[in-house]
Design a protein around this ligand. Structure first.
Ligand code: ADP
Length: 450
């Protein structure tokens, strides 16, 4: 097992990885920008190295600085966390070239799944059902129009290099197709540096269902059931729960098996997530995330498995600690993303956290790097905490969530907590009867009412 791991990330996820390391007796090295010198992930780590100024491109995305930090501290492995360099195949390759272990899959798999067109065709070859659409990227406008006519409107134009919901535009009719293509290409070029796009049928009322898998180098693969992440605003997840209220046991076992089989046949190693849209009883693959996910605690709560610990074990060459038959999914978990944002306009709300008190009590987990007196820097993602509650039933989890949100005190900045509380009053949320478009409508109506 590694003696020292460098965590190439910040905030709650850096802390989450630190916690797994400490419980395994592994020393941690934190890296930080100048803006994060007083951050909790730095305070708790055994060692820390400043890797550059505040902007991410100069610090958390600064490959040479991170590799130097790992080398000078003698770290044997690097955990990239979520976002930043976590899906960067070049970084993973450089880590290996420096004689260290990248805690994540092989660069080859990062590369394939990072290209959503290649990912889709790979999955199709492996027998995974995909969303009907263009076979690969569309090169010319005339080809795009021809494709769209055969797929049927509405059509979704998606960036091949996409991520974080960017570079995605809907064309409801043929007339809108030209604009959608142009907008998606522009957004993709600005965000990812590549403007390749592909087309998919736009599903009108799907749920977002994703399957968590874990695989080791010995060829063992398990799935940890699914998470339902249908509550999204602008394609960004806000609430996640598991098991999905929309699946029955048979569907759950089937899609888990499909994901595990594909993982095994790809020779994939580490943690990964297969994302599907689920509509009228059918699953359609949309992408695979080759890293830890923000919402991983939902699966940890219903399986009792520490996903980060397994990632580290697998990267060190050890087998998974369990087989599929050892895994039982019990109870229900819900995660709320607490963002430092105005709950109505979603404008970022960085600044001084004057007072902070996190909820506790039975079956409540808070993953956060907040503390009273902390100043949220304006340079990064607005996610400041994840509140995860567990209940023996979905109803119990909902009651507990209501109670925990009431206890949560974050003074000085606006957060999405009032939005979560408003959601808990909505029959569609309470009954689990929502699709991926529901939250956007809810938020728009709230804005209109306010
Ligand atoms: P990203 O990598 O940017 O997150 P995804 O392909 O994972 O993009 O899609 C993000 C979200 O966009 C999905 O969870 C879903 O809400 C919506 N979406 C993606 N594809 C479709 C589709 N074909 N029809 C309707 N909604 C879609």
């Amino acid at each position: 097992m590694f003696e020292k791991v460098l965590i190439a990330n910040r905030g709650e996820i850096a802390l989450r990885i630190h916690r797994a390391c400490r419980e395994m007796g592994i020393h941690t090295v934190a890296v930080h920008s100048t803006a994060d010198a007083n951050a909790m992930h730095v305070r708790l780590a055994d060692e820390s190295v400043c890797i550059g100024p505040a902007p991410s491109k100069d610090s958390y995305l600064n490959l040479p600085a991170i590799l130097s930090a790992a080398t000078i501290t003698g770290a044997e492995a690097i955990h990239p966390g979520v976002g930043f360099l976590s899906e960067n195949a070049d970084f993973a390759t450089m880590v290996a070239d420096h004689g260290m272990t990248f805690i994540g899959p092989d660069p080859h798999h990062l590369r394939i799944m990072g290209d959503k067109v290649a990912a889709k065709s790979t999955m199709q070859e492996l027998g995974v059902p995909v969303v009907p659409g263009s076979d690969g990227a569309v090169t010319s406008d005339s080809e795009a129009f021809r494709m769209a006519d055969s797929i049927g409107y509405p059509v979704l134009v998606k960036a091949a290099a996409g991520g974080g919901g960017r570079g995605m535009k809907v064309a409801d009719t043929r007339e809108q197709m030209g604009t959608a293509l142009q907008m998606a290409r522009n957004e993709a070029r600005n965000a990812f540096g590549h403007d390749a796009v592909y087309l998919e049928r736009f599903l009108s009322h799907p749920r977002h269902i994703e399957v968590q898998i874990l695989a080791d180098r010995q060829g063992n693969v398990v799935h940890l059931g699914e998470r339902d992440c249908s509550l999204q605003r602008r394609h960004q997840k806000l609430v996640e729960e598991g098991p999905s209220p929309a699946l029955n046991a048979e569907q759950r076992a089937w899609i888990g098996g499909v994901a595990a089989d594909a993982t095994r046949r790809m020779g994939y190693e580490g943690a990964g997530t297969f994302e599907f849209l689920f509509e009228d009883g059918e699953f359609f693959f949309i992408e695979m995330n080759t890293r830890l996910q923000v919402e991983h605690p939902v699966s940890e709560a219903i399986t009792g498995i520490d996903i980060v610990r397994e990632q580290i074990r697998v990267a060190a060459g050890l087998p998974l600690s369990f087989g599929q038959d050892d895994i039982t999914i019990t109870g229900h978990a819900i995660e709320c993303r607490v963002n430092a944002e105005d709950p109505r306009t979603f404008a970022p709300s960085p600044g001084l956290v004057k007072d902070y008190h996190a909820p506790g009590g039975p079956a409540v987990r808070v993953d956060s790097a907040m503390y009273g007196g902390y100043r949220i820097p304006p340079h990064y993602d607005s996610l400041i905490a994840k509140l995860i509650v567990y209940g023996q039933t979905r109803n119990e989890a909902l009651m507990r969530l209501r109670r925990a949100l009431e206890e949560y005190v974050i003074e000085g900045v606006s957060t999405t907590i009032p939005l979560h509380q408003a959601l808990l009053e909505e029959p569609e949320f309470i009954n689990g009867a929502y699709d991926i478009h529901w939250l956007q409508r809810f938020v728009d109506n709230q804005g209109a009412a306010g």
